[in-house]
Design a protein. Sequence first.
Length: 514
Amino acid sequence: MAQPETSLMSRLVSLCKRRGFVYPASEIYGGLNGFWDYGPLGTQLKNNLRDAWWRDMVECPPLGPDGNPLSIVGLDTSIIQHPQAWMASGHVAGFADLMVDCRESKGRYRADHILCLEVFYEKAGQRKSLGMLSVLSGEDAADILAKKAKKMVQKAGGGDVVPFDLATATPLTSLSPAEQSKVIGPDAENAGTLTEPRAFNLMFHTYSGVFQTEDSKVYLRPETAQGIFLQYKNVLDTSRVRPPFGIAQIGKSFRNEVTPRNFIFRSREFEQMEMEFFVPPEDGMMWHEFWVQERMRWWEAQGVSKANLYEHKIEASELSHYSKATSDLEYRYPFTAPGFGELEGVAYRTDYDLKQHQEHSRTNLEYIDQEANRRYVPHVIEPAAGLTRGVLVLLCESYQYDESRASPEWLKIKPSLAPIKVGIFPLVNKDGMPEIAEKLYKDLRKQHICQYDAKQSIGKRYARMDEAGTPFCVTVDGDTLKDQTVTIRNRDTAQQERVALSQVQTYLNEKLAG
Ligand code: GAP
């Protein structure tokens, strides 16, 4: 099937805007970089994904290796916590990106995103260097660098750029300070205009109370996880849980990302779905493997194809100092294809966080196992997923393009996650059809999210529902008046079947379950 010229991502972003999935935040003021608002369909889709996670984590958690249901409880902690918590967690000192500023272009860049390569050109049989050029990593990096080199050659009096391989480029962060000082910045023409890399903390801060002093400085949480560690003891003391058990939380997190990009993939305000699973130290590796498999299976159950998911095991040499094992569950986004980008991290965080909070708060966070007559600080396995990033995955995965359909662009979202489950239409707005359709709508809306639509041609109404990812449309037509049947159109096949009016509810209940 021929695909339009524009990239899949730009088509998806414009569909999301046009159909009310995602809008740029503060759009009437020109937008705010890194912030997005969810429209009526996007909010419902996000809520459905959130609810599926909550149900499968907290209300009906998976069975453990012994065949018994796991014990996981829910929590909802404050976005703003005691500032000491972020000292203990390491976020105040270490949650930073290395940044460089360019004195010439006034741009600010993440140091690890700058790729450097010496580029040459030839003129009259002689090879000369254009210097150490740099470019920001990304899909078009090689093209951008080639254009820049061509321009520089023209300025130098003409010649041919010697073909180069961007795969041989070196990240700025791997160069020595002397080498860094010779680099021509990504948007600069002269060498040596980049500053030395400086740490830039990603936490947003504000002040709590009337006085805005260092003492009243507080942070917007950059992850939901720490709230769980801070309440772990209260949960242990007030619920009937004991290791192995989990505490789950869903909520907003904030990171002052230096380069928010790729739509809602990396934003400055986003939502996370995190679960901390507390286990006896000796069982840590076993539970880590369990959760990697379980989370992979879960994303597949949400309609994400196996082929687009990838378990990226982090090399031992690249693990955080406190982690014994981490796997990133990655998805093949249109902007990373054929490669993959992170969707969820499953980290074995050992007892690092609890021990840090134990030390900084001087509160004993040990678990006392009376049966085994031992006490220990539990180890933690953390499956940490992005909810808003998950919404992006669902949108990318479900986007279809087929020119033969009334709406060439349509969304094949798993029915149970679709924002609208059923469209209900009278074929024409007369002859008793609206009355039957309205009655059906009033009955069905008690169980499923339905939309009644009587405007424009039936083809246009199907097209609207396809774009919204609505799996079923029920149409009341002339035959309904005679034989009490309706047509039900299936979004995926675009086929219609006749179903008795009295059976519509049962039919939909079956198709929309799980
Ligand atoms: N508690 C561990 C933690 O926060 P993380 O890998 O930094 O780990 C977990 O974040 C997940 O949160 C990521 O896999 C991603 O899905 C999501 N996430 C992180 N930063 C994000 C951002 N700036 N925008 C959208 N989602 C983000």
